[in-house]
Design a binder for this molecule. Structure first.
Ligand code: UGA
Length: 359
C-alpha cells in the first residue's frame, strides 16, 4: 500500500489542482492531498484522500511521511506582491515551515520532490563567473539577488536556502530528493481575481484577466518590456509524472521545468490575451493598455527579473520530455476557463461597486 501512495502538500493550490488528477490518471495511485482548502481541487476521484492541515503541523509531517513513499511539496506564498508586503510570512512559508518535513523525510528515507522556483536565479542569468548568459542553467549559473532593502528577493532567498538544506540532507543525511524549478507555469485556476475570490495583486495572468473582464486597461509594469517564458500546466503535469517515474535518474538533481519557446515580453502577453479575449467575447470593448510605474503598482521594495529563459537540456535528457504547448495553443483555453469561472461574478462585483459609489 505504502508504495502506491503519494502525498501532495499544497494539493488545493493552482499547480496541485492540475498535478493530483495527473498523478492518479498516470499511476492509478492513491494520493493524500494536503492543504488548508480544496476549492480548486475539483476532482472527486475516490483515490484522493483530502487531509486538511498545515505543512508545519508536526502531526501532518508525521502522517505524510508514515503513509507515503513519495512526498511532493508545493506549498508557498508565491505572488511577488507578497514578497515585499508580508515578507516574514513568505519566508516562513518557503523555508521555516518546511524544515521539519525535510528532516523527517531524510530520517524515514522518503523521497522528497520539492518545488523550488525560477526566482532563485534572481535578476538575470549569470554564468558562475558572473558573466551574463542567455539561459538559466541548474548546475552552472550563479544566483543574483538584489540588495536587502529590495524585499522582492525575500522569497527567492528563502527558497534558495531551502534548496541548500535539501541538498545537504541528500549529500550528508541520506535524503532521496529532486528539486524542481518551475518557470512561469500558467493554466486554469491560477491565483484568484481581486474582489471576487481574493484580495491584493495576483500574478500577471490573473491581473490581466481581471482587467479584461472588468473592461479596465491592462497595467504594464514599467511598460511591460520585461520577458517571461510561459509554460502550460499540462506540460508541467507530464514532466512531474516523469520525475516521479524516473526516481533513480532524478535523484539529487535540480531540474528546470519551463518552455523557452514561449519567451515573450509582458506587453506581448497582454496583447495575445486581449486577442484571445476578443475571440471569446466578441461584443467586449477593445482592450486598452497603460504603463504603470513598478513602485506605484507594487510599492517600495519591489524589483524585477528582466529576462527569465530556462535551459531545459537537463529535463530533456533525464525525462525524455519536451514542452508541447505554444501560447496560441493554451491562451484561448485559459481565457475560456476564466470567463466561465468568473464572468458572472465579476459582473456582479462591478454592479455592486457602481451601486456603492452611487453611479
Ligand atoms: C512569479 C513568482 O515569483 C515565481 O516564484 C513564480 O515561479 C512565477 O511567478 C511563476 O508564475 O511561475 P514573476 O514572473 O515575476 O514571478 O511574477 P508575475 O506576477 O507573473 O509577473 C510577471 C511580470 O509581469 C513581472 O515583470 C511584473 O512586473 C509584470 N506584471 C504583473 C505586469 O506588467 N502587470 C501586472 O498586472 C502584473
Amino acid at each position: 500500500m505504502r508504495r502506491s501512495r503519494i502525498s501532495v502538500l499544497g494539493a488545493g493550490g493552482f499547480l496541485g489542482s492540475h498535478i493530483v488528477p495527473g498523478l492518479i490518471e498516470r499511476f492509478g495511485c492513491e494520493v493524500d492531498a494536503v492543504d488548508i482548502s480544496f476549492d480548486k481541487l475539483e476532482d472527486d476521484d475516490p483515490r484522493i484522500r483530502r487531509v486538511r492541515g498545515r505543512v508545519e503541523d508536526p502531526a501532518v509531517v508525521e502522517e505524510v511521511t508514515r503513509r507515503s513513499s513519495v512526498v511532493l511539496s508545493l506549498t508557498a506564498l508565491c505572488n511577488p506582491a507578497q514578497y515585499s508586503t508580508i515578507p516574514l510570512e513568505v519566508i516562513d512559508a518557503s523555508f521555516t515551515h518546511l524544515l521539519p518535513l525535510v528532516k523527517r523525510c531524510a530520517e524515514r528515507r522518503i523521497r522528497l520532490i520539492h518545488f523550488s522556483t525560477a526566482e532563485v536565479y534572481g535578476l538575470r542569468a549569470l554564468a558562475a563567473d558572473g558573466a551574463p548568459t542567455a539561459e538559466m542553467s541548474e548546475d552552472s549559473c550563479g544566483l543574483l539577488m538584489g540588495p536587502i532593502h529590495k524585499e522582492r528577493w525575500s522569497y527567492a532567498c528563502a527558497k534558495q536556502l531551502l534548496e541548500r538544506v535539501i541538498w545537504a540532507h541528500g549529500e550528508h543525511a541520506g535524503l532521496p530528493f529532486t528539486l524542481i524549478r518551475p518557470f512561469n507555469t500558467i493554466g486554469a485556476r491560477m491565483d484568484y481575481l481581486p474582489g471576487v475570490d481574493g484580495e491584493g495583486t495576483p500574478r500577471v495572468l490573473a491581473c490581466f484577466m481581471n482587467q479584461l473582464l472588468r473592461g479596465q486597461p491592462l497595467a504594464l509594469v514599467d511598460g511591460g518590456s520585461q520577458r517571461r517564458a510561459f509554460m502550460s500546466a499540462r506540460d508541467m503535469v507530464e514532466a512531474v509524472c516523469r520525475v516521479v517515474e524516473r526516481a533513480k535518474a532524478c535523484d539529487k538533481q535540480i531540474i528546470n521545468l519551463g518552455n523557452p519557446g514561449n519567451d515573450i515580453s509582458i506587453a506581448e502577453l497582454a496583447q495575445q490575451l486581449a486577442t484571445a479575449f476578443a475571440h471569446e467575447i466578441p461584443h467586449a470593448a477593445p482592450a486598452r493598455f497603460e504603463s504603470v510605474a513598478a513602485a506605484d503598482f507594487y510599492g517600495p521594495g519591489y524589483d524585477d527579473t528582466y529576462e527569465r529563459v530556462p535551459d531545459i537540456k537537463k529535463a530533456r535528457r533525464l525525462l525524455s520530455w519536451e514542452p508541447q504547448q505554444t501560447l496560441a495553443d493554451m491562451l484561448p483555453e485559459i481565457v475560456h476557463d476564466y470567463v466561465q469561472r468568473y464572468g458572472s461574478r465579476v459582473e456582479a462585483d462591478c454592479r455592486n461597486l457602481r451601486q456603492a459609489s452611487g453611479a
